[in-house]
Ligand binder design. Sequence first.
Ligand code: ZN
Ligand code: ZN
Length: 236
Amino acid sequence: MGWKDWLFVRDKECFICRRPGALGYLCPSCSRTLKTWEQEFRPCRRCGRLLCKEYAGELCPQCGEKLPPFRLARAVGPYRGELRRAILEFKYRGRRSLALPLGYLLSRVVAEEPLYGRPRAVIPVPLSSQRLKERAFNQSALLARELSRLLGIKLLEEVLVKVRHTPPQAGLDRLARLQNLQRSFEVVESSRIVGLDVLLVDDVLTTGITAAACTVALLEGGARSVAVVTVATSLF
Ligand SMILES: [Zn+2]
Ligand SMILES: [Zn+2]
């Protein structure tokens, strides 16, 4: 690290509380707060959704019944508190600069979980062209760019596309969500992912249905395996 890095690293403000003195975007206090869930919950080994510690199994009930097509999913933490607020600001109030700290948190999740292995490409969950027009940017693509830069893994933004516009998933039950998303994602340039272990990026994982639908498309397009990383996940 050069002298400039020292200066700027020390003066960087925490992206949550805005106080100066953050290392890697978070001050030590907010870094600890984000991890408080670890006292109560642990991730389902497969889908990463959070189970209370008293729950006996390694897998959540849903994965116990049927494993999802992705190899694993993990998140920075539960979709609540500061993390939820940050995602809402980022996604709906257009604070694009949050892609940096959130991307940094994603990179830590991938670096700290050995089950990720060494993915060869980072791919964002795409939006339909209609939704992209409404929102003006794809939050997952911004996160994927940061993640790709921080981990030094190739970014493939145009390979997975959403071919059908679907109503928002929120408010639909599980079956309706599944039907809503079936065959709505497609791989357009399979030659670029054939045989690769890919890392799929999204902001939130709730039912896992979006991640599963993207995974099926990527596997059909020739990817060898798909792992998922999101900023937040749901409590089971
Ligand atoms: Zn802070
Ligand atoms: Zn699970």
